[in-house]
Ligand binder design. Structure first.
Ligand code: T3D
Length: 259
């Protein structure tokens, strides 16, 4: 699929997806929603893409739903979420590869939700997170009610959701919502370095770790222990596991291939 609203770049096993509607702060119009879902599915399928980065062109990460795309239209928001947004969030979560949000600027509404759904968040110093929904009389969607309390804690999540106040990158890092805050000029180099490192890591083990953690968010300890054991059974059968143990024995660095 040829993309009008995304830029895709592949570098040493890292698939970088840039939301590219800078004049609208990368807000989700119909094309961007369709293309992002497609690009995520393609990244999930492509074995050469072993880590994925999502970032925004220009000064914003993503301003959520394009409110101008909606003007005068009689739209069912429930349908819009089920048909367009929820599949994007599910693709990020179900992809058995690490997905890193390089949050270059404001992440608002569903743009904030997208960042929260990623496995890791590296933010530029000037970036901010806004649960903008309440500002237009909506509730947090696209997974925000699921991820925000888990990342920021229930009290802070509720405050952010019902005030719509901007959370600056530094405070988000302090809360544990963001893994690292870096100067804007270093955002992509730091992110690509981390993504590159993960792209050389045992991809199957990372994917299974993600699956097990996804599951653990929803289940009891007993079920989590059992699911961990199942995932470990799979990881234990990979070539990368054999290579890791062999490399340890031979006192050399492992060469992981993702198999
Ligand atoms: O399907 C469904 O609708 C259900 C799903 C809903 C999911 C959602 O995401 S709902 C929430 C939608 N998003 C918002 O409400 C955020 C709206 N934007 C803002 O509040 C502000 O723009 C920001 C806080 C993000 C940034 O503020 P600031 O001052 O840095 O920039 P700005 O001047 O407001 O915006 C710059 C331009 O981007 C401006 O265009 P212009 O005047 O230069 O031509 C502005 O209109 C445009 N823009 C920003 N956000 C959006 C947008 N255009 C369309 N839709 C946007 N969401």
């Amino acid at each position: 699929m040829a993309y009008q609203t995304l830029v895709i770049e592949d570098t040493n096993g890292v698939r970088a997806i840039t939301l590219n509607r800078p004049d609208a702060l990368n807000a989700f119009n119909e094309a961007l929603k369709i293309e992002l879902a497609d690009a995520l599915a393609a990244a999930a399928r492509d074995a050469t893409a072993r880590a994925v980065v999502i970032t925004g062109a220009g000064r914003a990460f993503c301003a959520g739903q394009d409110l101008k795309d909606r003007a005068n239209a009689d739209v069912s928001l429930g349908e819009s979420l089920r048909a367009r947004y929820n599949p994007i969030i599910m693709r990020v979560r179900e992809m058995e590869k690490p997905v890193i949000a390089a949050v270059n600027g404001v992440a608002a509404g569903a743009g904030c939700s997208l960042a929260l759904a990623c496995d890791l968040r590296i933010a530029a110093e000037g970036a901010s997170f806004i649960q903008a929904f309440v500002r237009i009389g909506l509730i947090p969607d696209s997974g925000a009610t699921f991820f925000l309390p888990r990342l920021a804690g229930l009290g802070k999540a509720f405050e952010l959701a019902v005030t719509g106040d901007a959370l600056r990158a530094g405070e988000a890092e302090r809360l544990g919502m963001v893994n690292r805050v870096v100067p804007a000029a270093e955002l992509m180099s730091v992110t690509m370095e981390l993504a590159g490192r993960l792209a050389q890591a045992p991809t199957r083990a990372i994917g299974l770790t993600k699956r097990a953690m996804n599951r653990a968010l929803l289940t009891s300890l007993e079920e989590s222990l059992d699911y961990e054991a199942s995932m470990q059974e799979l990881a234990g059968r990979t070539h990368d596991h054999a290579e890791g143990v062999q490399a340890f024995m031979e006192k050399r660095a492992p060469h992981f291939t993702g198999n």
